[in-house]
Design a protein around this ligand. Structure first.
Ligand SMILES: Nc1ncnc2c1ncn2[C@@H]1O[C@H](COP(=O)(O)OP(=O)(O)OP(=O)(O)O)[C@@H](O)[C@H]1O
Ligand SMILES: [Mg+2]
Length: 467
């Protein structure tokens, strides 16, 4: 008999201690240690009969499985997974409460089921009636999805081992699952980890693709042990601003595909609608002619994406001026502000600065530096930027504007959406498609000079359009 060992496990990072303490030394969180029984994560029956079984070693080449990937039929979802669900793989989908995780996965499972594949939806959170209600609202009630409201991992695995191997199994959510092999309560780190392990083992053995839904904590991390993120093949996060209708699906880790693609959806009464041309959406409600907005020609993965960057620079009443940024890296904003102060003669120490990426999008590219700088200067000077111009380029600390990748793709997208000018790094000079005129800049100081010079005429031009 193994002795039962109790220990204190951090519910945030999974670190174990043998006595209670207020703060987890591993992740620094307070009050996250909970008492758990950590014995028996491997069942006794397995532990006692160890005499290493011999197995055959294989070569890299060999008979490949038929159709290792299964496209879901939702192009935006497939774009993020890298072309569909891989056989035997496990995918973790995280997202804020109510963002639409269950909706997305109900739609994906229904599409697969309608295409004749065996798709199973296990809900640990909602009763069958609730899941049915949602399916009805989405117009998917007729899809032959196999549905259950269960939480015992052993029961689930033994049920699904019968009959044809399911092509897709949705587990909504992993935090509600529990397994007999460990004693802790459902939702604790040990349970989540053991349940995930059992399901992953089942996926690898059977060849079914499993999607685990994961809860997200206040600060946006997937709740429970970070180790689950290492165990699964891909981690997707479903994001969106509560007040806005669009949702972005992003891969944070993917063993079978790229991690820089995003999928864009719009939440409607009848479910998630795919947005195949997101630029149009992100620019659709643009206010023309107001100072402090610049259109950034960005790239998400392989897809160009035009998005509006908004800035507000206003005199401060505080000793330390505020710097607030939504959708962009705060330290990049500080850098751009420092470069503007140091090399362009712009003094911002007496101003609050707010920067926002429209539509709830999050930009990670340094290529947005020039667009952000343009928006900031435009707001400070109260000079609207030309409404038909896009901006991109990376700023270096010396104030120089550096080239960025995929220039031609960005310019083509801008032209397609009716822009006629682009303000770009010098290196992009020869890449303009017909009908798009380029202004190249060498430094941010050039940009500031251009805005100061063009600001007023732009204002007049917009005024004329309005009249
Ligand atoms: N009748 C409706 N009309 C329009 N939108 C709706 C309607 N009902 C629900 N929704 C949308 O669906 C969202 C809930 O979706 P869903 O249940 O899939 O979220 P979830 O991420 O699974 O949430 P949870 O974390 O609670 O499981 C709501 O926030 C709302 O935006
Ligand atoms: Mg849900």
């Amino acid at each position: 008999m193994a002795k039962s060992t109790l220990s204190f496990v951090c519910q945030n990072c999974g670190a174990a201690y043998n006595r209670w303490q207020g703060k987890c030394e591993s992740c620094g969180e307070w009050n996250t240690l909970a008492e758990e029984d950590t014995t028996g994560s491997v069942p006794l029956s397995i532990r006692s009969r160890r005499k290493g079984r011999q197995f055959a070693l294989e070569s890299l080449t060999g008979k490949s499985q038929d159709a290792p990937r299964l496209a879901s039929g939702m192009a935006e979802l497939d774009r993020v997974t890298g072309g569909g669900f891989v056989r035997g793989s496990v995918l973790l989908v995280g997202g804020d409460p109510g963002i639409g995780k269950s909706t997305l996965l109900t739609q994906a499972a229904s599409l697969l089921a309608r295409a004749g594949h065996r798709a199973v939806y296990i809900s640990g959170e909602e009763a069958i009636a609730q899941v049915r209600l949602r399916a009805e609202r989405l117009g998917l009630a007729d899809a032959p999805v196999q549905l259950a409201a269960e939480t015992s991992v052993e029961d689930i695995i033994s049920t699904l081992s019968e009959g044809a191997v399911p092509r897709l199994i949705v587990i909504d959510s992993i935090q509600t699952m529990w397994t007999d092999t460990v004693e802790s309560a459902p939702g604790t780190v040990t349970q989540v980890r053991a349940s995930a392990q059992a399901l992953i083992r089942f996926a690898k053995k059977s060849g079914a693709a499993i999607i685990l839904v994961g809860h997200v904590t206040k600060d946006g991390q997937i709740a429970g042990p970070r180790v689950v993120e290492h165990m699964v093949d891909a981690v997707l996060s479903f994001e969106g601003e509560g007040s806005q209708q669009f949702r972005i699906l992003r891969a944070m880790k993917n063993r079978f595909g790229p991690t820089d693609e995003i999928g864009v959806f719009e939440m409607t009464g009848s479910g998630l609608r795919e947005i195949s041309n997101p630029s149009e959406l992100f620019l659709s409600e643009r206010e023309l002619g107001s100072p402090g907005t610049a259109v950034f020609a960005g790239i998400e993965g392989t897809r160009p994406l035009l998005v509006e960057i908004q800035a507000l620079v206003a005199p401060t009443s505080l000793g330390t001026p505020r710097r607030a940024v939504v959708g962009w890296d705060p330290s990049r904003l500080s850098m751009v502000l420092a470069v503007l102060e140091a090399h362009c003669g712009i003094r911002l120490s007496g101003h609050d600065v707010y920067l926002n990426v429209a539509g709830g999008l999050r930009i990670a590219e340094p290529a947005a530096d020039v667009a952000a700088a343009a928006a900031l200067v435009s707001s400070l000077a109260r000079a609207p930027l030309p409404a038909d111009a896009v901006y991109f380029g990376e700023a270096s600390l010396s104030g120089a504007v550096r080239p960025v990748p995929q220039t031609a793709t960005r310019l083509k997208e801008a032209q397609k959406l009716g822009f006629s000018r682009a303000i770009v790094p010098e290196a992009a000079r020869n890449e303009a498609p017909d009908g798009l005129s380029l202004s190249t800049i060498d430094t941010l100081a050039d940009l500031v000079g251009d805005i100061a010079r063009d600001g007023l005429p732009a204002l007049r031009r917009v005024g004329r359009q309005d009249s």
